[in-house]
Write a protein that binds this ligand. Structure first.
Ligand code: WTA
Length: 645
């Protein structure tokens, strides 16, 4: 399966890349043998410190503890803005491309400093201090970046909640990290449609009495409800503030942000990242993975509500003094050429997106691509889910005209930055493989018994040693950090992913091995969708699994058992879908609901998800052993009733 597609060697125009094959090998080896020397040097090269560290790294995986650059002090917003001003005050830091193709703007590094300082002063005026949590629930507008950087400037900890999440999901996240300030907008605009952010925020805040300040950016000018004691228009509160705000000198291990992500059980976890290690690895990987060169325009299509937006729209690019494009819209609006029109309009050199977007665009054929120039493109990237080789080849040949390497970057919210990825000047590309580990990332594959697999093989993907941008804790629940990541296999960080390694040492990520779905690159715990479904009074039980979906990668397949005496109906189906949207957001809509009179259970009452997965995947030939089921006939019934997708 790994060798059907040709290997693409490093192209001639990448021979002078930052890292060539030989450099990769020697730097990688040193990074593993001497992490202190390796990361210590890079920390000096990539970041500006107020005070040097006394020790590079100290960690203990059994306790889920990691400490990088102990004793060091720095400020993230200073590193992303102020220190660039002597050479780049007038260079564009952010290009904003609005949903409407006629809307765009350039923000220079000097302007960025003014925006961020004004907002930082406004937050201070509202009583926000170092260590306080601030929730950011925003559309993709520059103020989202200002908000993150303003928090970093004063040492406040931001928690960005994706603008597509429901009021219920927002409320849970505000409460979990005890945020007392919310920054939002009247409405968002995506694909020509309005997103009612302030309406959602109001609903969420009804249950959050400790939020004393809600700062609202005027994006559309919509008429919104107003709580005079709590709500402030952004322009009114921020506009008059001073453009000077001294950056707070923070400990290297001071919390920088919390970002919620789904796990296999219970509520989303607040992944906590800290200051020095996070910024270092996002900057280093930005420069090397994308082979970023001075003056280039870089575009990552992710939303700032996800880790990709944090590390590769805001922190990594700005720490490197790059020009980062932020796009408010969607790749399919107003038409399927939108991405390439934006590339041509702004001269984008590096383009980073998700496989689901590539598949959606691929399904519309070549014409929307070939009708554009794309001459500026030099490098392409993907992130978020495995990319099928067919989509890879199309991206490579049609979008990149066989001249742009593709970096398929594997990483996670918890890892903070790239972990396994090709380097464009060093790696011969195999379509569908994330290739080799990044500097300092010591990965291994384990078999069921927890033994390391040598050479080619498949198993659980784990990491053997701490890396600078690793998760530091699950906010407010360190035991959950230990249980989730450091307990399955003692002494290793457990990624939750399965992978194989071929004879050349290339890694191929196969996907989650836990109960986490990846729907269009969005992580979702099956347990979260199940909890939403069982809120309906007619529902007795629900089991959710993933199934292969042409565009989304994985679709959501829900088996629903109704209360005795209740009959399935189309209305009920609609109500259940609405419930998922209400509890989580539109990304959690089940694609298929199967009414299941019974679920396959063991004699002890445990749902056999393996069987439900096989039925959803239509892999009926490999159901495996069903003899341990309390009632094996349940399976035949489910197979007979399986709806045709
Ligand atoms: C999956 C996104 C295959 C994987 C940065 C991981 C990938 C989860 C890739 C993390 C890739 C991410 N190839 N699978 N290049 N990148 N994944 O936290 O299952 O939203 O565990 O972080 O996405 O998703 P998260």
């Amino acid at each position: 399966m790994h060798h059907e597609f040709p290997v693409h060697p490093v192209p001639a125009n990448f021979r002078d890349a930052h890292i060539n094959a030989e450099q990769y090998r020697s730097m990688y080896q040193r990074s593993i043998e001497d992490p202190d020397g390796f990361w210590g040097e890079l920390a000096g090269e990539f970041l500006s410190w107020d005070q040097p560290w006394t020790r590079v790294v100290d960690y203990d995986f059994t306790k889920g503890e990691a400490n990088w650059f102990d004793g060091g002090k720095l400020n993230v917003s200073y590193n992303c803005i102020d220190r660039h001003l002597p050479e780049r005050a007038d260079q564009t830091a952010l290009i904003w491309e609005g949903d409407d193709p006629g809307d765009s703007m350039h923000i220079t590094y000097a302007e960025l400093k003014d925006h961020v300082c004004r907002l930082a002063n406004a937050l201070k005026a509202r009583g926000v201090k170092s260590g306080d949590r601030v929730c950011i629930y925003m559309p993709m507008i520059p103020e989202a970046s200002y908000a993150m950087l303003a928090c970093a400037r004063i040492g406040a900890v931001h928690s960005v909640v994706f603008g597509g999440f429901s009021p219920e999901a927002l409320k849970d996240r505000i409460l979990d990290s005890d945020c007392q300030v919310l920054i939002t907008a009247d409405e968002g605009v995506r694909g020509g449609k309005k997103v009612p952010l302030k309406v959602n925020a109001d609903k969420a805040l009804d249950a959050c009495p400790d939020v004393h300040t809600c700062l609202v950016v005027r994006r559309t000018g919509a008429d919104v409800a107003w709580n005079g004691e709590r709500d402030y228009w952004y322009d009114e509160l921020v506009g008059g503030q001073s453009t000077d705000c001294a950056p707070e000198s923070m400990d290297a291990e001071a919390p920088l942000f919390i970002l919620y992500t789904s796990g296999s059980t219970g509520k989303p976890k607040g992944v906590l990242h800290t200051t020095g290690g996070y910024l270092l690895q996002s900057a280093v990987t930005f420069k090397y993975t994308f082979d970023y060169r001075e003056g280039e325009v870089y575009w990552c299509t992710a939303d700032v509500g996800w880790i990709t937006g944090h590390s590769y729209i805001v922190y990594g690019p700005l720490a490197c003094g790059a020009t980062s494009l932020m796009f408010e819209g969607v790749p399919t609006y107003p038409n399927y050429s939108r991405c390439w029109d934006v590339v041509d309009k702004h001269g984008v050199n590096i383009f980073y997106t998700a496989p689901t977007a590539i598949r959606a665009l691929h399904s519309e054929g070549d014409e929307p691509v070939t009708s554009t120039s794309r001459a500026s493109l030099r490098l392409l990237g993907t992130v978020g889910e495995p990319i099928n080789p067919e989509a890879w080849e199309w991206y490579y040949k049609v979008v990149g005209e066989s001249r742009c390497p593709i970096v398929d970057t594997w990483w996670q919210t918890e890892t903070g930055a790239h972990m396994i990825t090709p380097l464009p000047g060093a790696t011969d590309l195999k379509p569908g493989s994330a290739s080799f580990p990044m500097f300092g990332v010591d990965v291994a594959l384990l078999d069921e018994s927890g033994k390391e697999i040598e050479g080619p093989g498949a198993g659980y993907l784990v990491v053997k040693a701490s890396w600078p941008s690793q998760i530091r804790t699950v906010y407010g629940d360190h035991q959950r950090m230990i249980d989730t990541y450091f307990s399955n296999y003692k002494g290793y960080y457990f990624t939750g992913d399965g992978a194989s390694r071929d004879a050349d040492g290339y890694y191929w990520i196969t996907g989650r091995v836990d109960d986490v779905l990846n729907v269009s690159g969005h992580r979702m715990g099956t347990a979260e969708v199940e909890s939403a479904l069982v809120l309906h009074e007619d529902v007795a039980e629900a089991a959710v699994v993933g199934y292969p979906h042409d565009i989304k990668g994985q679709g959501i397949y829900a088996y629903v058992t109704l209360m005795h005496g209740h009959a399935p109906s189309d209305d009920l189906r609609k109500e259940l879908i609405a419930l998922c949207v209400e509890e989580i957001g539109p990304i959690a809509k089940p694609d298929i609901i199967q009414w299941a009179p019974d679920l396959p259970k063991t004699r002890s009452g445990k749902i056999m998800r393996r069987i439900l997965r096989k039925i959803a995947e239509n892999e009926l030939g490999s159901l495996g052993d069903t003899s341990t089921l309390a009632d094996p006939s349940v399976v035949d019934k489910l197979i007979a009733d399986r709806p045709q997708p």
